[in-house]
Structures are given as structure tokens and as C-alpha cells.
Design a protein around this ligand. Structure first.
Ligand SMILES: [Zn+2]
Length: 202
């Protein structure tokens, strides 16, 4: 921790990123302005260095200062980019426009502590910089895709199964813990377990 901010814990940041930040609809009409600005504040606290409550750091202010429309678009861009990382082997470069100023926290620097990386610049650049830095620390391999079949109670899913014999999958992204978790939620895990035991009985 330094005097002018600190980096949120990686696990918490990744959970927030996958379970809330990228869970965004393409349809803007359902988004309530209050909920968007609340999430904007949460995102600043969870993904960028700075105080967890109260006054915000420059990095956090850059994100909360975005217009709601710009913020929602950023969420979609991040979602699409992370999904593209999961599904292809093409290099996924990001272009930052800059200028970016970079600094290693503030002294004093205890021997056994990592320093906060402080970046200042255009809001989008700052966000993408910290996002890539987070993912490089945690590792893309920690992100899983849920392959639980979607609920058959879902009418669209039922229609698909009847028409084409196609199963649609949940496909939500989640953070693997210990490398064993296969489904995004207890809900999906339970549904798969039920489906398996039903198949066995047949
Ligand atoms: Zn799932």
C-alpha cells in the first residue's frame, strides 16, 4: 500500500470483472441510469488502484468521469475482447492513444512489498492498461467457460432441441479456483448433475 492508493486484490477484481462488469446487455433500453453509475463506482473501486471508499484516486476518477453511454460501451468492448481471447489463438493487440504517464507508487518502499503501478492518461487508456496488467498477473487460463446445457425449461432452448437436436450452453465466463471448477455457478452445476443422473436412469 502506498500513500496515494493501492491495487485491489486480484481475486476480487477478477470475480467482479467476470460476474458483473462484463455482464452487460447490447440493448441499452434496459439499463437504469442509477444502476449504471453505481456500477461505475464499483468498477473504479474493484479494478483500479485507489481508496476502497470515500475520495477517489485519479485513476478511479477517470472511470467514474465517463458518460454512462461510454462506460456501457467499454463494458461491451471488454466483454467481446475477453471472449475473443478465450476462443482463438490470434494475438489480441490493444492500441492506446496516450500519452500515458507511469510511476511506481510512492516511497518509502519496504523490501518485501510490491509497488503499486500508477498510470495517468486518457480514461480509456488507463482502464485498458490496468485490465491487461490484471489479466497478465492472474493468467487467462484462470478464466473458464461454462459448458452446462441451458435449462430445458427455457422455451427457446426447448424449441432448438426439438427442431435441430442442438444443445445450447450457458457459456458464461467464470474464475476457476483450484482448476477444478467446471461450471459458472452452483445453479449450473446442479442442473448438470441432475441431467447426468437422468441419463443414467434411462
Ligand atoms: Zn453456467
Amino acid at each position: 500500500m502506498t500513500s496515494d492508493g493501492w491495487t485491489p486484490p486480484d481475486g476480487e477484481a477478477m470475480t467482479f470483472l467476470l460476474e458483473e462488469f462484463i455482464e452487460v446487455s447490447d440493448d441499452e433500453t434496459g439499463a437504469k441510469a442509477d444502476a449504471v453509475s453505481c456500477l461505475q463506482d464499483q468498477a473504479a473501486r474493484a479494478l483500479l488502484p485507489g481508496p476502497r471508499s470515500g475520495a477517489q484516486s485519479l485513476q478511479q476518477l477517470a472511470l467514474t468521469g465517463m458518460s454512462p453511454a461510454e462506460f456501457q460501451q467499454l463494458r461491451r468492448d471488454v466483454r467481446d475482447w475477453i471472449r475473443s481471447l478465450m476462443s482463438s489463438s490470434v494475438a489480441h493487440w490493444r492500441t492506446l492513444n496516450g500519452p500515458l504517464r507511469l510511476c511506481l507508487g510512492a516511497p518509502p518502499w519496504p523490501a518485501d512489498q510490491k509497488q503499486d503501478l500508477l498510470v495517468e492518461g486518457p480514461a480509456l487508456d488507463v482502464f485498458w492498461f490496468y485490465l491487461l496488467h490484471l489479466l497478465s498477473r492472474v493468467g487467462i487460463g484462470r478464466i473458464g467457460i461454462c459448458w452446462a446445457a441451458r435449462s430445458q425449461k427455457d422455451r427457446d432452448q426447448q424449441a432448438l432441441l426439438l427442431q435441430e437436436g442442438v444443445t445450447e450452453y450457458c457459456q458464461r465466463l467464470f474464475l476457476r479456483r483450484g482448476g477444478v471448477k467446471r461450471y459458472c455457478s452452483e445453479f449450473c452445476r446442479g442442473r448438470e448433475a441432475t441431467a447426468r443422473s437422468r441419463k443414467k436412469r434411462r
